[in-house]
Write a new protein. Structure first.
Length: 365
């Protein structure tokens, strides 16, 4: 009987937590609606959720509320200028950063900072020819007439990867002589040396590329995404959100799209990846320098690093269990992943010999 009572008590606790969350969410939504009305003069008539972003509709206008805590005015101003450039070059799905009644781009409201983005409430089209659309997006971004500083990641990959590698090595070393606290920790301790080697390979391939190859016109910096995936332009509305953007080499977006598509389904991804590059190159032919940067980025095991980082950041046991299952899946797929990396240039129809693009020898064995 005590066991049944405990189970019922736990169930009531869970229900109460969900109810509390729902009430807080409702209050927050009403508070944001009031902010739109009082600070921006916008009377929203319905609520909209776009992935991780929250917004409201008014007639044909779509207004996304972006948290701006921790962002400086210069960074918001830079994003606004980039968005304006993309709009002026014909991209009508790019969000516009609004100013409030005082002419400010960052609004302070009840102890928090927010920005409001405006879009046309255009339904998202069926997403065909993503590669071609991305190439057009990059082409517009290469014509930015000012220097992007705060959001620029151009030439920073080596430094950022080395920093990430050092941080994870410290975590690994700190746990090396202790009994693993979970199955996840056991897998992490056993697998890290392999992924450390893969990351070092990626860094070396990047360094060699920057030493050996000359960038061409299409290798200039452009507007990219922090993480471009197959779903980023697929939602109920077609929105290109400047808060998703960084300024970088176009290879960043291509590599991250490929990584996302590959791990979504390793068995069926290859035709899609081949088509993606074919579509992209119907607009912009990639240089050997571009191909080598794409490959360097794919070599870097970002999927593994994120799984480990997210596991140690989260407080949720449910999320920890999900990440443990994910890591187990990654480790089982290691041989397939190596085959994918060794065949990538062939799959993407890259003229390796003509372009003098080097392979990673140990992957070919």
């Amino acid at each position: 009987m005590p066991l049944i009572r405990d189970h019922v008590h736990t169930s009531f606790q869970m229900i109460n937590i969900y109810l509390l969350k729902a009430v807080l969410e409702m209050r927050w939504q009403k508070m944001l609606q009031r902010m739109l009305k009082e600070v921006y003069g916008i009377s929203a008539d319905s609520e909209v959720s776009l992935g991780r972003y929250h917004g409201y509709k008014q007639n044909e206008g779509l207004y996304l509320i972006m948290k701006a805590d921790g962002l400086k005015e210069q960074e918001i101003s830079e994003l606004s200028k980039i968005a304006e450039h993309m709009q002026n070059f014909g991209d009508r799905n790019v969000s516009k950063l609004l100013v409030d009644k005082d002419g400010k781009q960052i609004c302070e409201w009840q102890g928090n900072k927010y920005c409001v983005l405006m879009n046309r409430a255009d339904p998202a089209p069926e997403m065909k020819k993503t590669g071609r659309k991305l190439a057009k997006f990059h082409a517009r971004g290469r014509h930015i007439p000012f220097k992007v500083e705060i959001r620029s990641r151009v030439g920073q990959w080596k430094e950022l990867w080395e920093k990430r590698l050092d941080q994870m090595e410290k975590v690994w070393t700190g746990k090396l002589y202790m009994e693993p606290e979970s199955e996840f920790e056991r897998m992490f301790l056993e697998s890290y040396p392999y992924y450390m080697g893969l990351a070092e390979n990626a860094i070396q391939y990047l360094v060699d590329t920057e030493l050996d190859d000359k960038p061409t016109r299409i290798d200039h910096g452009t507007v990219c995404h922090e993480r471009f995936t197959a779903t980023i332009w697929r939602d109920s509305y077609f929105v290109k959100n400047p808060f998703d953007w960084v300024f970088d080499h176009a290879s960043r977006d291509m590599a991250e799209w490929v990584r996302d598509r590959y791990f979504a389904n390793i068995q069926t991804s290859q035709p899609d990846i081949k088509n993606f590059f074919s579509e992209y190159q119907s607009m912009t032919v990639l240089s050997p320098f571009s191909w080598r940067l794409i490959y360097a980025r794919l070599l870097f095991p970002l999927h593994y690093f994120e799984a480990v980082e997210n596991y140690y950041i989260t407080q949720s046991e449910q999320t920890k269990n999900q990440i443990e299952d994910q890591l187990q899946k990654y480790l089982k797929q290691t041989s397939d992943h190596e085959r994918f990396l060794s065949n990538f240039y062939q799959l993407s129809e890259v003229p390796v010999k003509a372009a003098k693009i080097p392979a990673v020898d140990w992957l070919l064995r």
